[in-house]
Ligand binder design. Sequence first.
Ligand code: NAP
Length: 344
Amino acid sequence: MTLRFGVVGTGAIGREHIDRITNKLSGGKIVAVTDVNQESAKQTVEIYQLDAVVYPDDKALIADENVDVVLVTSWGPAHEATVVAAVEAGKYVFCEKPLATTAEGCIRIVEAEMKQGKKLVQVGFMRRYDSGYVQLKQVIDNNEIGAPLMIRAAHRNPIVGENYTTDMAVTDTLIHEIDALHWLVNDDYKSVQVVFPRKTKYSHDKLQDPQLFTIETNSGIVMSVEVFVNCKYGYDIQCEVIGEEGIVKLPEFSSVVMRKDEKLSTGILNDWKFRFMDAYNVEIQDFIDSITKKGEPEGPTAWDGYIAAVTSDACVKAQQTGEKEAITLQERPAFYNEKELQTV
Ligand code: NAP
């Protein structure tokens, strides 16, 4: 069986997913595309030599009975309407983050999905498919380090542009840790507080950089997460989980070790795409395989999208108030209880 994808949004990540589904993965093909910029949609069909219909909008694409899956890669504020319409039409959805820009929007998607009586939606949190995170998760789930007590994490980019503002440290950057960390420890968040250390001279007026988030979970795990987006030296993702009986840490990205000029050195990446390239491939392949073999996606759910939205709002509020802010989730519906299934 080949899953037939309709793509809404043919920008950067839309094209990357089209390329991987068409040229790298198995079991999926692109049969339809749309973009508010119709030229971009047409160009995409030409560049990737797709046998695909270009639709004027998402509604027409969703209505195509040849489309099994709607791949949502438009800009964030447009996601909710497309996802709700696709779910109401009974289509599977792979939606890049954010699922919706508000918690209420995520709940509307959750309700639409529950009405259909089966899981249809997966959110594009690809960290869960990175081999390092998968290994961390296995160590924790196998109880090899005992109960997790603390997490130290860092998300560092070499540089960001002038349009990147303080809140984007949460909505564009920390959002990946927000999803990955509660998944790692199977716990929900309780509160967050933000501290702004001395600001780097490489930042600008509208960006406080770096930032330090202290996030506490319901069981009392304390997570200290640094976001530093003008760190200069490279793209670097760190995560160390401190447990009662041991400590486990993400592996360093594999690179040759060089001995030269009285120095021992290894490379550091400078772009998130290279760091998570394999994870994106595994993520979309798993989405295709789960639907094909089991009838529903098994990755991050619409409920995970909701958790991310609520937590993200609390983190932005904590940036503004400097206080410890509560992270208050609605009760998890039984429909979304199979949290442990989300490993690859
Ligand atoms: P992008 O290059 O700006 O692409 C978005 C595309 O969608 C643009 O062509 C845009 O057209 C189009 N678009 C906007 N509204 C639309 C609508 N209502 N219907 C159809 N097309 C619409 O952005 P991107 O970098 O690909 O990001 C897309 C999404 O993926 C964002 O939500 C982003 O957060 C997410 N993302 C996730 C990851 C990850 O690590 N998981 C990485 C990158 C991006 P115009 O340019 O004309 O507005």
